[in-house]
Design a protein around this ligand. Sequence first.
Ligand code: HMG
Ligand code: MG
Length: 298
Amino acid sequence: HAPDRVSIYEVSPRDGLQNEQNVVPLAQKRQLVEALVAAGVKRLEITSFVSPKWVPQLADAEELAREMRPPEGVTFSALCPNAKGLERALATGLSEIAVFMSASETHNQKNINKSIDRTLSVFSEIVPPAIEAGLRVRGYVSCVWGCPYEGPVSAERSVEITKKLLSLGCYQVSLGDTIGVGTPKQTRDIVLRCLDAMRVDQFALHLHDTRGTALANILVGLELGVRDFDASVGGLGGCPYAPGAAGNVATEDLVYMLHGMGIETGIDLDKLIEAGNVAERVLGRPLPGKVHKAGAFR
Ligand code: HMG
Ligand code: MG
């Protein structure tokens, strides 16, 4: 039974822009975020408090987070890998952060330069203080459907890590198909394991559409009752430390499908398409989203 309403968590300003060759100027990042908010997007990941040496594209995180105040009812979040990231986030007045790690040891090492165990211990030192300071904390587990370095990843292991992140105080953990390799039967298995281990609102699906299977996997999730999905306008995105990673499922494609199924999102598709056009202008290259290219149909 699919839900009546779905919550979309928009990642284009972060997952999208982190993977662009060119650094997008601050003013244009603002334009993108503003266009998304104008379309009715309520949850946005606007940047990352990671090392500017590792991700120079988001080196202006402080300025962006300080300059942009979310309107009532809208939440801005940002990635945060460690104590230094938390300190930076707190200084900007953001109300939410997201800690992130991988279910694959090699990807975790390449992406955040430490083992899974060490990462969990770093998170156990930053998540509770973040919550105490009034932040909401989301979590990510990457490579749940497969790893670019190790191949198959154990779903049991991913669920175990997810539970650990929840027990540290994350309100929700987003399961990442970082390199877009998932197929529906596998997604059903992963979602059923999650449903056995946690409440449905405690996990989200974060699917990159590298091989065109993201919407099929989302449909499987919807039919099992999942209500939280990450998406990126125009299909922007990819992890710089996951070779071959392409964009997330395009927000316009997801919204088009959901509205066609009678599922509410609170997002205005026409304005969302405009936000995709803003993203395309800002990047100066065509974006891959299908609805972005074809337009809405009614
Ligand atoms: P490290 O080099 O091991 O860090 O990097 P360190 O603790 O040894 O510190 C080294 C230097 O970095 C020090 O500076 C620190 O102050 C500085 P120095 O003394 O040399 O001048 N530093 C920082 N500076 C700013 N902000 C910080 C910070 N931390 C240390 N937070 C680190 C470790 C985690 C920082 C690094 O590996 C990193 O930044 N990684 C981030 C990589 C990343 O952003 N990847 C993409 C996002 S993940 C993703 O896309 C997947 C996702 O979308 C889900 C999915 O699709 O599956 C979320
Ligand atoms: Mg991602």
